[in-house]
Structure formats: structure tokens, C-alpha cells
Design a binder for this molecule. Structure first.
Ligand SMILES: Cc1ncc(COP(=O)(O)O)c(C=O)c1O
Length: 435
């Protein structure tokens, strides 16, 4: 391993003697070197060896305001002089809920929880209780957290996916409750004909359809024109709920999430990551008649940290910043992201490298593939992952920190200069890869 990351390597060795695996999430162990960071500011991070990076990982999404955003720092410092938890009511809950409601179309009512996984768990429970049905339709390649009931067919290997028209429901973890798969129908995404057919055959069993409205967890694939509308129409006709998992798209593609951006309002939506401005926070938002079941319909949920003032301080600052001036800050992040997307595509073309760049600006991903169009998870199975690993490694050497799956997140504080520096670095990387 290069001398460049020597301290991180040493710290990882030390960490492994106390912390299982040396990291706090196995996803983080996938980086070429699990880096240890000591600081960050704006769009930049500094590791324990003193290397500086332009950060495109943004803590896997939450750091939409970049690092040490002054208003957030001040608000948190102020909050730290007051109780960090009440386990009871306080004004900030109402203030944040009202801001959220004003921004997000489906949010007639909402609740606060702490992680995206929990939020999805709650949404599925609500959907089952509301409809009196059991099965949930989920799509291959979509990630909705790591809980037993939902961690199904996230990254099924090519030899286990099964037929396109009736994919296998594949458990992703040893130790998972095996019959979780009995409650889920897995389909390929972006195929409204297959969704319609499934409802025609089994509509009375289906409580809800859940999806990432942009498939961020499998390479930032966009919904086909009309697909979200079709899913809305089909679920409505068959009395099932439509759930958008906006843990990534929320407060990133637009202040009102994908539902505002695409103009399709789901019955329920889950939020996390950017919603807390970097603090642990998730939200389940949706129709009042569904959310009310948590108080009057016998549907259980809980959480010691729900609505804690620290997370809500993060959310208050994030929502204020991301919604002001018609969402100008997110428009900036998305514009910088689009500049990167087109610049990277051009650089690949010039270097003679087969590459697809997918996404919407503030979240996008690169695919080393000959495929011109990627529509759903199965298309990504042909990506050249060894080439991606090489790219990620060279990017790290060049001072670009991105997610191990080739995803880039762009914050509201990334600059034109960051974009220029990044594109220059990427041209050098492609030059080396082509050679
Ligand atoms: C779309 C989506 N849903 C749910 C989750 C789970 O959120 P958390 O990691 O906060 O449990 C994630 C996490 O990456 C996600 O991307």
C-alpha cells in the first residue's frame, strides 16, 4: 500500500483490534483504502496523512451542505448549550415539520425517526396496516436499508436474478429471516408493462410498491419518461400504496425531492441523509389518513432519539438553506454536477474509454460499459468493475474522494474551481487508463 496513506493503514490495523472489521459499516471497507479523516471544510476533506481531497462522497450523502457549514456550526453550538434530548415535545419539532410540509408535496403529515432503514420499516408497516394486504413490490437494485424484511435483491448476482419477467427474490445476508422473501414481489424497474401485469395477476395481495424514484443505489439510473406516472396510476387503480424512498433524492434533486421534480406524488415517502444536514434524521411523510394509523390505528412505532433537538437543528438549518430563494443552492449543486457529468463523458470519449454517465447532477455515477443506455439494475451487471476499481484508486491518488460504486455526490458548496480541478484530474486518470 502506498506511503501516501500510511497513517490510515496503521489506524485500520489498530482499529481491527477493537472494532469488528475496523470500520463502522462494511460498505466503508470497500474503499481502496479505508481512509481515516481528521478534518474537512466546505467541499474538501483532509485525511490523517494530511492528504486533501475534493469530497464527492459527502458521508454517503448526508453532507449536502458540505463540511463545517458556518450556519450549521453556529446552530449546533447554540443547541449544545441546551438539552441534547428531551424524549418529549419541543418547538423545533413543529418548526421543522412545518418547513418540511411546505417543501414536500406528499407531506400532509410526517414523523421523525433516526435512520433511513427505520423509516422504510415504518412505511412498510403502515402500508400493510392501511391496505390489509401483505406483499410489497420492490425492484432489483433498489436499496431500502439493511433490515431483514427489505434487504432483498439489492445486488443479486447475474446467476441468481432469474427470469426478467419474474425475478427471484434474493436474500442479501446470511442470518436474515428466510421467509422475508415470501412477503415481497421483486420486479425489474422501469418496466410499467411488467408492473401492470403483476397487478393484474396478484393485485389483491399487494400493499405497496416501493422504489427509489431515481435508482441512485445502482448507478443513478433515471426513471423512464412516464414510468413514475404509470406506477402512480397502477397503484391507485389497484388500491395499493405508492412509496417513494427519497432517502437520497430528498433535498438533493430539488427541495421537494423527486416527487416535486417529476410531479408525481406518492402516498408515502421516506427521507434521510440530506434531510438532517448531516445529523442522523429520517422522516416518513405522507397522507394524513395513513400516518394517523400510528396514533389511532394500532400501528406501532417508536425510537428513543426520534425528534431529538440536535438532529432537528441540523434539519432546520438544512431545510432553511435548501429551500430558500426557490432552491437556489440545490440548483447550484445540480448545475455543478451536470458540468461534471458532461465533462467526464467528453473526457472519456476523447480518451477512447467506454463510459456511461448517469444521474441528475447532484448525484450521478459512472459506468465502465459499452452500453449506451442503462435502464435498470440488470444493465449494470455488465459494468467492468475491475476498471471502476482502478479508476477509484487513481482518483484517490489524484485527490478525488468518491463512493466505491462510482457515485459522485455534489454539495451546495462545491465550486466551479472544484469542477475544473476534478475534470483535469479525470483527464489525467483516463489518459493513464487508456495507455
Ligand atoms: C434509498 C435508501 N433508502 C434507505 C437507506 C437506508 O438508510 P440508513 O443507512 O440511514 O439506514 C439508504 C441508505 O443508503 C438509501 O440509500
Amino acid at each position: 500500500m502506498s506511503e501516501k496513506w500510511r497513517t490510515s493503514v496503521e489506524l485500520l490495523e489498530r482499529a481491527r483490534r477493537s472494532l469488528a472489521g475496523g470500520v463502522s459499516s462494511p460498505f466503508r471497507a470497500k474503499a481502496p483504502v479505508p481512509l481515516y479523516f481528521r478534518h474537512g471544510c466546505g467541499s474538501h476533506l483532509i485525511d490523517e496523512d494530511g492528504n486533501e481531497y475534493i469530497d464527492y462522497a459527502l458521508a454517503w450523502g448526508p453532507a449536502i451542505l458540505g463540511h463545517c457549514y458556518p450556519k450549521l456550526v453556529d446552530a449546533l453550538a447554540e443547541q449544545a448549550r441546551r438539552p441534547v434530548a428531551y424524549g418529549a415535545q419541543h418547538r423545533l419539532e413543529i418548526e421543522v415539520a412545518e418547513r418540511f410540509q411546505a417543501a414536500v408535496p406528499c407531506a400532509e403529515r410526517l414523523i421523525f425517526t433516526s435512520s433511513g432503514s427505520e423509516a422504510v420499516q415504518c412505511a412498510w408497516r403502515l402500508a400493510r396496516a392501511f391496505t390489509g394486504r401483505n406483499r410489497i413490490v420492490k425492484f432489483e437494485g433498489h436499496y431500502h436499508g439493511w433490515f431483514d424484511s427489505v434487504l432483498i435483491s439489492y445486488k443479486p448476482p447475474a446467476d441468481r436474478v432469474g427470469p426478467l419477467e419474474a425475478p427471484n427474490a434474493v436474500l442479501e445476508s446470511r442470518g436474515q429471516v428466510p421467509n422475508s422473501v415470501d412477503n415481497v414481489i421483486v420486479l425489474p424497474w422501469n418496466r410499467s408493462d411488467l408492473l401492470e401485469k403483476t397487478f393484474k395477476q396478484r393485485g389483491e395481495e399487494i400493499a405497496a410498491v416501493i422504489m427509489e424514484p431515481v435508482l441512485c443505489n445502482s448507478g443513478c439510473l433515471m426513471p423512464a419518461p412516464g414510468y413514475l406516472e404509470a406506477a402512480r396510476d397502477i397503484t391507485r387503480r389497484y388500491g395499493a400504496l405508492l412509496i417513494f424512498d427519497e432517502v437520497i433524492t430528498g433535498f438533493r434533486i430539488a427541495p421537494g425531492g423527486a416527487q416535486a421534480h417529476f410531479g408525481v406524488t406518492p402516498d408515502l415517502a421516506t427521507f434521510g441523509k440530506a434531510a438532517g444536514g448531516g445529523m442522523p434524521l429520517s422522516v416518513i411523510a405522507g397522507r394524513q389518513d395513513i400516518l394517523d394509523l400510528l396514533y389511532t390505528g394500532g400501528v406501532a412505532y417508536g425510537g428513543s432519539f426520534n425528534g431529538n433537538p440536535v438532529s432537528l437543528t441540523g434539519a432546520k438549518v438544512a431545510l432553511e438553506e435548501l429551500t430558500r430563494d426557490g432552491g437556489a443552492l440545490l440548483e447550484h449543486a445540480n448545475r455543478i454536477g451536470r458540468t461534471l457529468m458532461s465533462g467526464i463523458a467528453t473526457a472519456a470519449q476523447e480518451a477512447g474509454i467506454d463510459l456511461a454517465v448517469c444521474g441528475f447532477g447532484a448525484a450521478f455515477a459512472i459506468h465502465f460499459t459499452k452500453k449506451a443506455a442503462l435502464v435498470d439494475y440488470r444493465d449494470t451487471l455488465e459494468d467492468d468493475r475491475a476498471r471502476l476499481a482502478t479508476f477509484i484508486r487513481l482518483a484517490l491518488e489524484e485527490g478525488l474522494y468518491l463512493l466505491p460504486d462510482g457515485r459522485f455526490y455534489v454539495s451546495v458548496v462545491h465550486t466551479e474551481q472544484d469542477a475544473d480541478d476534478t475534470l483535469q484530474a479525470i483527464r489525467r486518470i483516463f489518459g493513464r487508463m487508456a495507455a
